[in-house]
Design a protein. Sequence first.
Length: 511
Amino acid sequence: MALFQKILVANRGEIAQRIFAACRELGITAVAVYSEADAGAAWLRLADECYPLGGISAADSYLNQQKVLDTAVACGAEAIHPGYGFLSENASFARACAARGLIFIGPSPEAMEMLGSKAAARVLAQRTGVPVVPGVDGAGKSEAELQTAATAIGYPVLIKASAGGGGKGMRVVWQEGEFADAARAARQEALSAFGDDHILLEKYFREIHHVEIQILADAHGRVLHLFERECSIQRRHQKIIEESPAPVIRNADLRQRMAQAAVSLAAAAGYTNAGTVEFIVDGRTDEFYFLEMNTRLQVEHPVTEMVTGLDLAAWQIRIAAGEPLPFAQDSLTQRGHAIECRVYAEDPAHHFLPSIGKIAGYRAPGGPGVRVDDGIATGAEVTPYYDPMLAKVITWGHDRTEAIAKMRRALHEMVVLGVTTNIPYLLAILQEEAFVNGRTSTSYLAEHMAGWTPQQALSDADWVALAAVELLRGRGKAGARPAVTATTAQPDPWTAVGEFRNVGGRGEIGN
């Protein structure tokens, strides 16, 4: 079956670069679109064709459906890959693609609507026999009715927006007196973020693990799972570290029950392409509950790729072109252990405020079992217009201990000069006892990192000056460490100079 000749990637940054790579390996022309703020961005260099959308904000560029569609038609693209975020879970955009004769690389609009709405997905899960968290749908209910329901469920309860994600429109309510204000705030935030103030009310679990199942489904009736990822290390409901296998899953029976629930849900929705079914798991009882389904490629998909050896972005394209999945469930296995850390331009010591500015120097780590998905280079600008994630570092080991050790080494070697990053914060987590032992519930950061402060770090100027001194002294030999040490976001000053290069999304397994 013939694949596409040309695909437009309606996204930016590292995920756009990741899809360009998949297209290149499949022999497909990759088309980039970009905003004024992204003109000249490093990730554009890896596309075969680039077209401006105009505008600076997301609303004026990447979220402007008409501009994206017009560009796709004008350049002769046959399909659009939305990546994640932006238009990736927009059913109206998927329909608009079809109306213009374009293939949307993702699920059908109908499946997207059914599973993209937390309320509709919950109803489908119940009908399919998938365990759901005790709760109620807030559609058409007054705050007084919801408050009565919250009392019946028992505090604490979680209020969350039916549409969207990323923690927006989400509030934890610990006691009855806080409920009314929290409900109003959640509705207002949901309306502002998603244009929909529909909220859900659920039981909130204090000690819980966030575990998700990756699925692939073709248009020929085959739905497969690609095992699980644990994403319990979260800040404000946003994942920062993901791994597979999940430390909380200690027996094959729990893994199989969760995987079968995910497959059943996707099959019941007539789902096709890649998707992720998210669950919360009670580590004390091994009970699990359906949370939501993300009808797109996840940020953390490289973790699954590292333990299965499958290229999810490539299979998204193949499935959209009509290819059947050629492998059976029993032929898929998890190999070793993989961990992903998200590197952000933000300041953990000052309430994680975004760090805006020019990247004065960038060098990605490498070596066996290390993969970096990024979209930056020396000279790139970190702007206030988009998410401040710079890169994802993924490591693979024969076991979890090895994967953690490789991640520590990789983050120590990573150089990002000119902006503040969360690398010291990530390194602190990787060395903390509870994390090392796999005790990583969703309350982990609040319990173990609340009082974290960085050790005194040298400034970027100090590192460059030290490196220059080492060169002048003739001690800057390749692989040599200067006689200066400090705990900082950067490694030693010698590795902070030299040829800065952008390392694409490649990795090795088991070597």
